[in-house]
Design a protein around this ligand. Structure first.
Ligand code: ADP
Ligand code: MG
Length: 321
């Protein structure tokens, strides 16, 4: 009997029990998470810890709120001198620049030249004069990147940059790279409105909801997805209202004021950096120009909920009439 019990315990301990594992934490000013299918719990925990470390590292490099971040250093120095940056930051700045060119300035990380004057929690915003004075500092063409020297220089005094529209997507892509490096076949990484799915949910698709922008805890659509990145930008994440006008965190670089043609944009793309940048971009562009941009790109789809709550789909997603 004793022998039997011991062999039974041995069997339980050794049998690889494949299972779903998940971990959620607060970092990068949002909730980030990782889920994966793995047959070894200890190893799964290690992989998830590595993903979280990667997120923390990226936050330390790219947060505008951390004084010692590389991004803060750029904001302090680049109006005076070219600032040499890491390859990772340089590559992301270059990507951001490409989305600016592609969208004729709708996506512009120098939105922060005015953006820093908003405090959504304290319900503060720049007044007319501050906007008029600040808007000329928003200009991606004045974020001068030198690929030889790997430096950034600002063309105007008072300019600032912020990667809030693209860095979470970048972090999610690097999180997925960690999963892939460890041979994970089914998993996801999520940071706020950005999620990337690796494989399927073991024979079934993942199902990702698009929030109703005006009804708490209600989904406007559910999307079955496999091996795809999805990003939602909404006007309900950080905002305040004043005289019936909503001031939120996605700014039109032409004016420095919040973009108000739509309430939410969801973009599907092969990677999260692209999905993240494009959801912010399409939000600024609005329905017509936004959908035109999406249709011009391969493997990119979008769902827009406009300011009348009407839904618009790119052609490959459109439900049958
Ligand atoms: P979140 O997931 O934080 O809601 P989004 O992808 O919706 O992020 O992007 C919003 C963030 O993008 C803002 O908080 C700000 O940091 C940044 N941003 C705002 N307007 C622009 C713009 N026109 N171009 C690039 N980035 C922007
Ligand atoms: Mg975005």
């Amino acid at each position: 009997m004793k022998y039997l019990l011991i062999s039974f315990l041995f069997f339980v301990h050794c049998s690889a029990q494949a299972a779903w594992h998940s971990r959620y934490e607060s970092t990068m000013g949002t909730r980030v998470g990782v889920e994966l299918w793995h047959d070894d719990e200890v190893q799964a925990e290690r992989i998830m810890a590595e993903v979280m470390e990667e997120m923390t590292r990226i936050n330390q490099t790219m947060s505008p709120y951390i004084e010692s971040s590389e991004l803060s250093e750029v904001n302090r120095q680049a109006a005076d001198n070219p600032v040499a940056v890491s390859l990772e930051l340089f590559a992301l700045l270059s990507k951001a620049q490409r989305f600016s060119v592609l969208s004729e300035g709708a996506f512009d990380i120098s939105f922060a030249s005015v953006g820093y004057q908003y405090d959504y929690r304290a319900q503060q915003r720049p007044d007319k004069d501050a906007l008029a004075a600040g808007a000329y500092r928003i200009d991606y063409r004045q974020v001068q990147l030198d690929p030889e020297l790997q430096t950034v220089k600002f063309g105007r005094q008072g300019m600032r940059i912020d990667l809030g529209g693209i860095a979470k997507g970048h972090a999610v892509d690097l999180g997925i790279a960690v999963l892939q490096k460890h041979g994970v076949k089914h998993g996801l990484v999520n940071a706020g409105g950005d999620t990337r799915l690796l494989g399927d949910r073991r024979g079934r698709p993942w199902v990702v909801g698009v929030k109703d922008p005006r009804v708490e805890d209600k989904q406007a659509v559910l999307l079955p997805l496999v091996d795809e990145a999805i990003s939602t930008s909404g006007d309900y994440e950080r905002y305040f209202e004043e005289d019936g006008v909503r001031y939120h965190h996605i700014l039109n670089p032409m004016t420095g004021d919040s973009a108000r043609e739509v309430q939410s944009v969801t973009v599907l793309a092969p990677d999260s950096t692209t999905a993240d940048a494009l959801s912010t971009t399409v939000f600024v562009l609005g329905v017509e120009r936004g959908l035109a941009l999406v249709e011009s790109m391969a493997n990119v789809e979008a769902i827009i909920i406009d300011n009348q709550r009407k839904m618009h789909y790119s052609s490959d997603l459109a439900p049958p009439e």
